[in-house]
Every structure is written in structure tokens, then in C-alpha cells.
Design a protein around this ligand. Structure first.
Ligand code: EPZ
Length: 419
């Protein structure tokens, strides 16, 4: 169903907003429940499209899941499973479905998963995932749009990742949990969501050491047991609201946030002219003058997150001066530039760099979300634009933001959504 967001810009946001559980923790953690024959309970799981899709993948495998929206609680019982195949229809919808391949291989020695295909932000290969699984003894056959993997028993290996891929780190970590011996992942992704996954695996009796550093060791165990786990707050959702306050010249408090996960964004928002006060699980932010131009380079964690690049670009279209944004994680994550240009933004793309010449105003216009974070960025631009902005294809936003328009409206914005 295509929905439309309408915004009349110009209102500074005020008030408090609560961040949900992290989408990019939920997805690998829900996949990891396949490793356990007993029931597990997950807390602070938002009813995101992507979360529901991952539950559909598990249901297709014969796994029982029960989600209670009011409690944001997901109960999973993977004791009995009837299939080891993740179908194209679901993997096509969400690349993260591919994360079931590691746990299926670990527990059942077999997995048949559709090739994830590309998406708006690049070709998104899986070569590093497969490199790790093969190194651990899996046979991988690719054909007819599917990947078949078979392994009598995975064995521990030392695996170097050419790029600190989040998904590859997570898939290999999950595959290694029940393998024979020790697996070492070198040049591993250090994202907080990788640490959250490791914590969940260890809560089930796994033995993962070093998550959060570039070297992760997984000591294989024979089986896992029941556990409860609360996912960490979503640093990208929190960051999106912080930029919303900055771009509208407002003042908000973000609740349920881990400031230590937000260091690059906080630094860049301060450089851009914001006051940011951090407390235990709160961040207060307000702009203290005109937006100043800053340069941004996206990098794997702990560098500036690529998932906040488009939101910062929206802000910098209104800066005094010229900003250079370098996207070094994905090869095609400037799809939002054309849409921002339609609102009067002055942006020039030169390879992996976007040169943003700030101006006093941008103007409301009909625009279209091309991916999840681009949709969020266009919403932020609409909040600051002169006049009315209509954003189409907002189903992209539903994939990663729960009650997005409601939360922004509660901060005083003139925003509404119609299906
Ligand atoms: C995760 O995607 C996140 N998704 C993405 O968030 C995030 O942008 C990305 O990590 C980077 O932080 C989830 O966690 C569900 P990668 P993932 O593997 O794992 C290359 C959002 O908006 N690569 O770290 O797919 C790849 O081409 C989404 O919430 C290989 O070359 O990202 C890309 O250039 C978008 N070979 C780079 O690594 C591989 O085998 C980063 O990809 C795998 C990846």
C-alpha cells in the first residue's frame, strides 16, 4: 500500500521523544533464535515492517513466534522446525533475511536461502559471508537464484574480512556458535548491534569474546538454552530525531538512548551549531545559532554511520557555507540527492562525494522516498522547508521507524500521513 506524508515546514520541534529498540539488533538477534531449541523471549522489539518480515521468515521455517505489540515483546520457540529454506519472496523484501543462513547451517547442517539481490543503495554482495562459511567447512552451491549450503559439522577457523561487514560478521558469528573448536573473525565489524547479538548469544550459553573490537573469538558449544534479552536502543532512530531538532531550530530530549553509541553524530552536530547535553540514557539537543557547514565521511563503526548520512545532508542544505559529504561504505547511497534538489538544495555529486552548498531556504515540493533513510531525510527537509512537502513511497520509512509521523507530530510539527 502506498502512503503519503504531508508536511508544512517551519515549526521548531519541542518536547521529548523515546527511541525504540534497534532494528539492526532485532534482525540478527531474531535470526539467532534459530540456534536454540528452547523458548527465548526478546524485549523492546518494535513492530517494524522488517521485524515482521523476519518473523515471517522464521514462520516459513516452521518456527513459532508470538509478538505482543503493547509489550513490544517477541517470544520465539524454534524447537521444532519443518524447513531450512528462506524463500525469494521474503528475502527479496529484506536483505537481512540472509542472516538465517549461518544459524541454519550451525544447527541443521543445511540451508537454502534465496540470493538477496540488490537494493537501492548498492549491489550489496555476500562474498564475505560465503568466504567465512566455506572456511568453516560448508559446501556452497549457487544456482537458480538460490544459495544451498551443506556441512556435516562446521569447524572453527581463522577468518579475515576484507571489509568489516556487519552482516558477514554476524552470519559467521552465528555459524560458529555450535561449531567444533574456536573461530576467530579478524577485521570484524565493531557496531553496537554486533555487540548486542554477542550478548544475546552468550545469554543463551554461547561463548563469544571480543565483540565490539576488530577481533572476535567464538568458542563452539554443543547446545544453547532459553534466555531473555532486551535489545539496545536504536542509535539511528535517535540520531534522526536529533537532526530533526537541529534542522528545525528546535529543542528536544531523546529518551532511551546510549550516548556512547552516538559519538560521531554528537560531535558533528556540535560542529554544525548545536548544544548537546548527554545524560545516562538521555540526550538534550538544541541549535544555538545558524547551521554551520561541516564535512562528513561515513565509515564503519566507530566512524560516522552511513545510516545517518542522508539525514545530515538534509541539515547541511541549510548551512552557512559548503559541506563535503563522503560516502565510503556503500557505492550508491546518494539517491536522496535528486529529491533534495527538487526542494531547492544545491548539491553536486563528484564520485563518492556530495558537495552541499548551503542556502538560506529550501522549499516544499512533492518528493519520493527511495530507501529507508532517504525517506527519513526527506521528512527532515520537509520539516524545515518553506511551504508544503509531500513524500511518496513512505512504506520504506515503515521498515525502520515505528510511529515516525506520530512521534514527529507529538514534537509539534505540522505533519500527517494518508494511505
Ligand atoms: C548493515 O547492513 C545494516 N543493516 C545497514 O543498515 C547498514 O547501513 C550497514 O550494516 C553498514 O553499517 C542491518 O544491520 C540489518 P555491510 P549490511 O555488510 O550488513 C560490502 C539501514 O538503513 N560487503 O556492513 O548489509 C557492502 O557492499 C540499513 O538500517 C561486501 O563487499 O552492511 C557494503 O559496501 C541499510 N561483501 C559494505 O560492505 C559482503 O559479503 C557494508 O556492508 C558484505 C558486504
Amino acid at each position: 500500500m502506498s502512503a503519503l506524508i504531508s508536511i508544512t515546514g517551519g515549526t521548531p520541534l519541542q518536547g521529548r521523544v523515546r527511541t525504540e529498540g534497534a532494528k539492526n539488533s532485532c534482525l540478527p538477534i531474531i535470526a539467532a533464535t534459530l540456534l536454540c531449541e528452547e523458548q527465548v523471549v526478546l524485549h523492546d522489539i518494535p513492530a517494524l515492517e522488517d521485524v515482521l518480515t523476519m518473523c515471517q521468515v522464521l514462520n516459513f521455517l516452521g518456527v513459532e513466534t508470538e509478538y505482543t505489540p503493547e509489550e513490544k515483546k517477541l517470544t520465539v520457540f524454534a524447537g521444532s522446525m519443518s524447513s531450512v529454506e528462506a524463500p525469494y519472496a521474503l528475502v527479496r523484501k529484506m536483505r537481512a533475511s540472509f542472516l538465517v543462513i549461518g544459524p541454519l547451517l550451525a544447527r541443521f547442517g543445511r540451508a537454502r536461502v534465496s540470493l538477496p539481490g540488490g537494493c537501492a543503495i548498492g549491489i550489496r554482495p555476500i562474498d564475505l559471508h560465503l568466504k567465512g562459511l566455506k572456511a568453516m567447512g560448508a559446501e556452497v552451491i549457487i544456482g537458480h537464484g538460490f544459495i544451498e549450503t551443506v556441512a556435516d559439522k562446521l569447524h572453527g577457523e581463522r577468518i579475515y574480512l576484507d571489509f568489516p561487514s556487519v552482516g558477514a560478521t554476524e552470519n559467521i558469528m552465528m555459524a560458529a556458535v555450535l561449531a567444533e573448536g574456536i573461530t576467530t573473525i579478524e577485521n570484524a565489524a565493531e557496531e553496537p548491534e554486533v555487540v548486542d547479538l554477542a550478548r544475546f548469544i552468550n545469554a543463551m550459553g554461547g561463548r563469544v569474546v571480543g565483540a565490539g573490537t576488530d577481533t572476535i573469538r567464538i568458542h563452539g558449544v554443543t547446545s544453547l538454552h532459553s534466555a531473555e534479552h532486551t535489545v539496545i536502543p536504536d542509535r539511528i532512530e535517535a540520531g534522526t530525531f536529533m537532526v530533526a531538532a537541529a534542522i528545525t531550530g528546535g529543542e528536544i530530549t531523546v529518551e532511551n538512548v546510549i550516548p556512547a553509541h552516538m559519538v560521531p553524530l554528537i560531535a558533528k552536530l556540535k560542529e554544525a551549531g548545536c548544544d548537546v547535553i548527554e545524560e545516562e540514557a538521555l540526550i538534550h539537543i538544541r541549535r544555538n545559532g545558524p547551521v554551520r557547514a561541516v564535512d562528513i565521511k561515513t565509515l564503519p563503526y566507530p566512524g560516522f554511520p552511513t545510516d545517518l548520512q542522508s539525514q545530515m545532508m538534509a541539515l547541511l542544505t541549510l548551512a552557512k557555507g559548503t559541506s563535503v559529504i563522503t560516502e565510503s561504505v556503500f557505492e550508491n547511497r546518494f539517491m536522496h540527492v535528486d529529491e533534495l534538489r527538487r526542494m531547492g538544495a544545491q548539491i553536486k555529486i563528484e564520485g563518492h562525494c556530495a558537495v552541499v552548498a548551503g542556502r538560506d531556504k529550501i522549499f516544499g515540493a512533492p518528493v519520493k522516498a527511495t530507501d529507508l533513510r532517504a525517506g527519513a531525510a526527506l521528512t527532515l527537509a520537509g520539516l524545515a522547508a518553506q511551504g508544503c512537502t509531500e513524500i511518496g513511497a513512505v512504506h520504506h520509512i515503515d521498515r525502520g521507524y515505528w510511529h515516525f509521523t506520530e512521534k514527529i507530530a507529538a514534537l509539534g510539527a505540522q505533519i500527517s500521513r494518508c494511505e
